[in-house]
Design a protein around this ligand. Structure first.
Ligand SMILES: [Mg+2]
Length: 485
């Protein structure tokens, strides 16, 4: 990987080298930098096979042109949020709720969401409810770092709490089978904060534990605060709240979408159009139809529906992939009757549903017995682990944090949130996390954003993640900059 910094020079290079070898390595090199330019980028080659790739990207290369159906998650995948503003708003709503409705300590909860809080936050942290601890899990499931409340724990304290191996049995179960903690009794013991909708809960959790210890004048040792935090998340994100302007979160986004949501770049929108010319394009989002329509229209434009053959809202992943919940017909934003799989039609939006029925539709529409599907998503359990574990489709993981830990001159505006000094890198670094392991095992590619692919023809081959070599970094593709309209 080469990093370039050239003042007032613009270079575009397309090159083919090693053309006499079985594989042609081709790359696009662009440098457009100036003293006032915000853009620099690292040189990242794509590798084009000189012979047709094995279908479905089952070799070491990934080509979008090998797939029949291309699916996308919406939030944090197609739709990039202004994450600093987003988490600040979320924390504020949660904290106010927890003080006003649950009587928690205002001095702790209503402290500004400042640099210390931002650094304490990281996607993928795990809460140990009973002990009041916040954990980062390493590859293998052991605890790599921990805090009690917001106070970092020493190695000795972690060992005293969880044993010399730093293994918490619940985290080990989560590591073996992440879905084992999704429903059932383990949901009473831990929660992995998987995206920037619930990540600020670690700060609320930590501050409440701090406040209870402070009030007691000692480490209380056993806590039962998660049900209240869960209620605050329900208050904020309950799907009925968007329509009634409740919960403070949706009203803020409605009032001021430009503060919280990036518009998708024309490059990505055009790329979606191009894919749809030859393939099925679908969206499966967890957002309710009203919120999804609002954000998608803001992000992708008035005619966003035309970009997709079919849109599934309130999909309730990972259950969408694991279960057989029926699709529901929508009338406006109202869910109506259940639909059999043979009643699904392209051009429509549906609520809930399941992968098997959706796939049956793809079979019918493509005329292929086993159409090959790829799904792009950011949530490493809902979008990456689950569908791939069940071998339903191939996965491209979208991990925006790659841009914050990237050593290029480009500085992501939300670096403070995306990269924590306290916890270290979310994904890649000297101490790989459990999330590194999941990406490595279940994703074909790990990209910083869709712009990585959108600037390439559909038949360009990208090097895949090598699942057999966890230390190799092939398959990670990082944009040189971020674009938006
Ligand atoms: Mg998402």
């Amino acid at each position: 990987m080469l990093h370039c910094l050239i003042n007032k020079i613009s270079i575009v290079v397309r090159t083919n080298v090693f053309s006499k070898l079985p594989h042609i390595i081709s790359g696009s090199v662009g440098v457009q930098l100036g003293r006032d330019a915000r853009r620099t980028f690292s040189l990242s080659f794509s590798v084009r096979c000189s012979r047709p790739a094995v279908g479905g990207g089952h070799g070491s290369m990934f080509r979008l042109s090998d797939y029949d159906c291309v699916g996308f998650d919406l939030d944090h995948t197609l739709l990039r949020y202004r994450i600093s503003e987003l988490v600040s708003l979320e924390y504020e709503v949660m904290a106010k709720f927890l003080v006003a409705e649950r009587g928690y300590d205002a001095d702790h909860l209503l402290r500004p969401f400042g640099a210390d809080a931002v650094d304490f936050l990281q996607k993928g942290l795990v809460l140990d409810f009973e002990r009041g601890n916040v954990l980062q899990l390493a590859r293998g499931g052991a605890i790599s770092k921990a805090s009690h409340g917001t106070l970092p724990m020493t190695d000795g304290e972690v060992c005293a709490c969880y044993g010399e191996e730093k293994c918490w049995e619940v985290a080990s179960l989560f590591h073996r089978d992440p879905l084992s903690t999704w429903n059932g009794p383990l949901t009473q013991r831990m929660r992995a904060l998987l995206d920037y909708f619930d990540a600020p809960a670690s700060v609320a959790f930590g501050r409440i534990v701090d406040s209870l210890d402070a009030r007691a004048g000692c480490v209380v040792g056993r806590y039962n605060v998660w049900p209240d935090i869960l209620d605050s998340l329900g208050y904020m994100f309950g799907r009925e709240q968007f329509a009634v302007n409740g919960g403070d979160y949706f009203p803020a986004l409605k009032r001021n979408p430009e503060k919280y949501i990036h518009k998708c770049s024309a490059k990505v929108v055009n790329w979606l159009r191009e894919i749809k010319r030859s393939k099925v394009v679908f969206m499966v989002t967890g957002s309710n139809v009203d919120f999804a329509s609002f954000t998608a229209q803001y992000c992708l434009g008035e005619n966003w529906r035309d970009l997709f053959d079919i849109v599934v809202c309130y999909a309730r992943k990972p259950g969408f992939f694991t279960g057989n919940r029926p699709f529901l017909r929508l009338e406006g934003i109202q869910e109506k009757d259940e639909l059999a799989s043979d009643k699904l039609q392209f051009g429509n939006m549906y609520s809930q549903g399941n992968w098997q029925d959706l796939y049956s539709l793809f079979v019918a529409k493509t005329g292929k017995e086993q159409p090959k599907c790829v799904y792009f998503g950011d949530n490493l359990i809902q979008d990456v682990y689950t569908p791939k574990k069940l071998e339903l489709c191939d996965i491209v993981a979208v991990v925006e944090e790659l841009l914050a830990n990237h050593s290029s001159e480009f500085r992501h505006p939300d670096t403070a949130v995306l990269a924590s000094h306290l916890w270290g890198p979310y994904l890649r670094g000297s101490s790989p996390t459990i999330w590194t392991e999941i990406v490595h095992q279940y994703a074909k590619l790990c990209i910083s954003d869709l712009g990585v692919l959108a600037q390439q023809p559909l038949d360009i081959a990208f090097s895949c993640i090598d699942t057999l070599n966890p230390n190799l970094c092939s398959g990670y593709h990082i944009s040189e900059h971020l674009e938006e309209n």
